[in-house]
Design a protein around this ligand. Structure first.
Ligand code: DGL
Length: 269
């Protein structure tokens, strides 16, 4: 048993979709969240810059005596996971392996689509993870850089004409390829689930990277005897690197609930 908090970070607020899923699996755990809102998006940046930012994010969270860390950012996990993992002794969880496993289980025709930021898709991390599970699976990847802006600006309704037009353009090659399973390989994308499902059609299974990771984290912390002792509701502390103005409104969209708990602006560079 371990009552210390779990640290979670993302480039911005997308990681809150993972926080939501983790609190559903482990409601009693305390969480310290860092969103690097002053430097989001990471997905259009170089590998070196993403590594530098990720190391600073992780070092900030490690200062809280956390028992484990979740990198709730596919971009960081795809290009900088080892850099963070090797720097700490605590379990460091990434958000690529669990959805890759889920997609292999879900796909009937062996054709799996992946959407993510430019850096995530360029890294080939999902292809590697899925091919490691079964070399018979075929992966079709498409970068969707404007999805993060749509999510952060609230353009996420299944009736939003701009969101639907952008999604139709990005997802066309995946529809043409005949994928039957699509991984949302970015923690911002669950906000766009209605838009993505509408374009892909009801027969395509959509996989949420944060949701799959939350289940894996809950099971692994249990195995390591690192869960807290059956508290009913844990606390969440939020840290951001840009102004806290408007945080609650925006964050509540990602959490699908009101933000309770402290929010503070910090400098991590
Ligand atoms: N939420 C991040 C991810 O999962 C992407 C946002 C960004 O580009 O910074 O990849």
């Amino acid at each position: 048993m371990d009552a210390r908090p779990i640290g979670i970070f993302d480039s911005g607020l997308g990681g809150l979709t993972t926080v939501k899923k983790l609190t559903e699996c482990l409601p009693g755990e305390d969480i310290v969240y860092l969103g690097d809102t002053g430097r989001v998006p990471y997905g259009s940046r170089s590998k070196e810059t993403i590594k530098k930012y990720a190391s600073q994010d992780a070092a900030f969270l490690a200062g809280f005596d956390i028992k484990a860390m979740v990198i709730a950012c596919n971009t960081v996990c795809s290009v900088a996971y080892e850099a963070v993992d090797t720097a700490y002794e605590m379990p460091i969880y990434e958000v690529v392996s669990a959805p890759a496993r889920a997609s292999a289980i879900s796909s009937k025709n062996g054709k799996i689509g992946v959407v993510g930021t430019a850096a995530t898709i360029r890294s080939g991390a999902y292809e590697k993870a899925i091919k490691n599970i079964s070399s018979g699976l075929t992966v079709y990847s498409e970068p969707c850089p404007l999805f993060v802006s749509l999510a952060e600006n609230g353009r996420t309704s299944g009736d939003d004409i701009a969101a639907l037009a952008i999604a139709a353009d990005y997802l066309k090659p995946l529809i043409e390829a005949g994928v039957d399973t699509l991984i949302m390989g970015c923690t911002h994308y669950p906000l766009l689930r209605a838009v993505i499902s509408k374009i892909m059609g009801p027969e395509v299974t959509i996989i949420d990277s944060g949701a799959e990771t939350a289940k894996m984290v809950a099971a692994d912390l249990g195995k390591r005897n690192l869960l807290c002792s059956g508290k009913e509701k844990g606390t969440i502390k939020y840290f951001v690197t840009d102004s806290v103005d408007g945080f609650s409104t925006l964050a509540s969209r990602f959490l699908e609930s009101e933000v309770s708990g402290m929010v503070e602006q910090v400098t991590i560079e």
